[in-house]
Design a protein around this ligand. Structure first.
Ligand code: NAG
Ligand code: NAG
Length: 243
């Protein structure tokens, strides 16, 4: 075996012991919730990161940039968030996970009880008739986030080792947020009175604001998670868990 695979195997045994004993059947990976149990069993280890094989920690999750661009309706906004540091993804629970090789689908749902986000923002626009302009620090807290990830996959042979891996060709992400708190600092170049009214408005109407921005955010997140999950699967040769 290649050194890479030996290291991986050891880590896999240590960190997902329950899953290790339970390889799934290639012809019916979802039988007895096999794939779901494997995904669930390995999630904490994957979230913690496995630096030995190049899987970065999800805790905190660092995202360079999420853009928003919404040109009509009650919310008009352009700009985005940079250098996001998201704490809480490792507390996710797996609600479902399924693999269908014939249909080339790998889907899963995660429940995140609480996410705390710090970032820089740069936004310009209008909320209802109120102007919103500013750049600076933003703090956000999201509660009860439910995300569903749908992917189209294919089987590849990893270039270095020749081992078969799952490759995500396309990804779609959808999410629902139970509640949001947000505080944008330095709105209107520090005009405290205007800033306080905008922040109060955003907090009172958190769900509506998220609903307006959802299509943008879902595309942005799919883009980010696509690379992240492909990296994870490229490190999990199917011969270790799909027999
Ligand atoms: C995970 O959840 C526990 C219990 O609610 C909490 O104490 C902890 O801070 C959470 N971890 C993160 C990284 O948010
Ligand atoms: C991967 O390699 C195996 C054995 O070498 C070969 O049979 C298979 O066709 C390859 N798959 C792809 C997608 O190239």
């Amino acid at each position: 075996m290649e050194p890479n695979l030996i290291i991986f195997e050891r880590i896999f045994i240590l960190l997902c012991p329950a899953s290790w004993l339970q390889t799934c059947k290639r012809s019916s990976p979802n039988e007895n919730k096999c794939f779901r149990k494997l995904f669930e069993g390995c999630f904490p280890a994957l979230a913690a990161g496995i630096p030995e094989i190049g899987v970065k920690s999800f805790e905190p999750l660092n995202i360079d940039q999420v853009s928003v661009s919404k040109g009509s309706g009650n919310l008009v906004l352009a700009g985005g968030f940079q250098n996001l540091v998201i704490r809480g993804p490792s507390n996710a629970t797996v609600r479902s996970a399924s693999l269908d090789l014939a249909r080339r689908q790998l889907n899963f749902e995660l429940e995140l009880p609480r996410l705390r986000i710090r970032a820089k923002y740069n936004l310009k626009g209008n909320i209802l008739l109120l102007p919103l302009v500013g750049n600076g620090d933003v703090a956000m807290a999201l509660k009860n986030v439910h995300t569903a990830v749908y992917t189209k996959i294919s089987l590849h042979n990893e270039t270095q080792t020749g081992d078969e891996i799952i490759h995500i060709d396309e990804m779609k992400v959808s999410f629902q947020v139970g509640a949001m708190r947000i505080h944008l600092k330095n709105l209107f170049n520090g005009n405290e009175i205007l800033a306080a009214s905008i922040n109060a408005f955003l907090n009172q109407n958190g769900n509506e604001v998220i609903a307006e921005l959802r299509p943008d955010l879902e595309l942005g997140l799919a883009d980010i998670f696509h690379g992240l999950w492909n990296n994870v699967f490229s490190k999990m040769p199917t011969k270790l868990w799909l027999l």
